[in-house]
Design a protein around this ligand. Structure first.
Ligand SMILES: C[S@@+](CC[C@H](N)C(=O)[O-])C[C@H]1O[C@@H](n2cnc3c(N)ncnc32)[C@H](O)[C@@H]1O
Length: 196
């Protein structure tokens, strides 16, 4: 049994920041596992904004939240995460992007490079000091590879004076195993770590 994977690692890296968070975004609600994790990890007066473009995803997410009496802590938004800034008008402390498609539904309805990068740009602009974003990309198939490439290119271009971007993947599995990125917004302009 695997004791950790990209998603479990994302949850554990975000946990400490979530305990003091006020505003949190789940950019891809899907079956609601991440939304449930976020809603159950934030203070009672904090809010999760959960986006998905599929009604079935939001219905499943709502059912999960209701089972744990957490539905009042989540705004479920049937819209693309690329329009996150139309809804979220405050600073974001934590955001999760679990890319790809909804298991059990058409694999053609999936996150796409252009809208994913737009959404990342929106959330990066809204990120609070000390805020964290996790992105799990799935380069197993061609569409996922293209999206992973676009995400990596965007994140690599974030200024190191303000953001730290880390990356994790399994090195003894195939090259196309899931890749986790974690973006942290620093407190102020700081010294950039360079090789000598
Ligand atoms: C891998 S699933 C997410 C898994 C989910 N976080 C969970 O815990 O079950 C990816 C989801 O992204 C959604 N999606 C695709 N494009 C989107 C977009 N532009 N904006 C928001 N959600 C999108 C899909 O409908 C799908 O439900």
């Amino acid at each position: 049994m695997q004791t950790f994977n990209a998603i479990k690692l994302a949850h554990s890296l975000l946990s400490a920041r979530l305990s003091g968070a006020q505003c949190v975004v789940d950019a891809t609600a899907g079956n609601g596992k991440d939304t449930l994790f976020l809603a159950s990890s934030i203070p009672s007066n904090a809010i999760v904004w959960a986006f998905d473009i599929q009604e079935v995803a939001l219905a499943t997410t709502k059912k999960k939240l209701t089972a744990y009496h957490l539905e009042d802590k989540v705004h479920l938004i049937l819209d693309s995460h690329a329009r996150a800034a139309d809804y979220v008008c405050e600073l974001v402390d934590v955001a999760m992007f679990n890319l790809g498609y909804l298991p059990g539904v058409s694999h053609h309805i999936r996150t796409k490079p252009q809208s994913t990068v737009l959404a990342l740009q929106e959330i990066v602009n809204l990120l609070s000091i000390g805020g964290l974003i996790s992105v799990v990309a799935y380069p197993k198939y061609e569409a996922g590879q293209q999206e992973h490439h676009a995400v990596k290119e965007f994140l690599s271009g974030l200024p190191a004076t303000h953001f730290t971007v880390g990356c994790w993947s399994m090195v003894n599995h195939t090259n196309d195993s899931p890749v986790l990125y974690v973006i942290e917004k620093g407190s102020e302009v700081r010294e950039v770590f360079t090789s000598r």
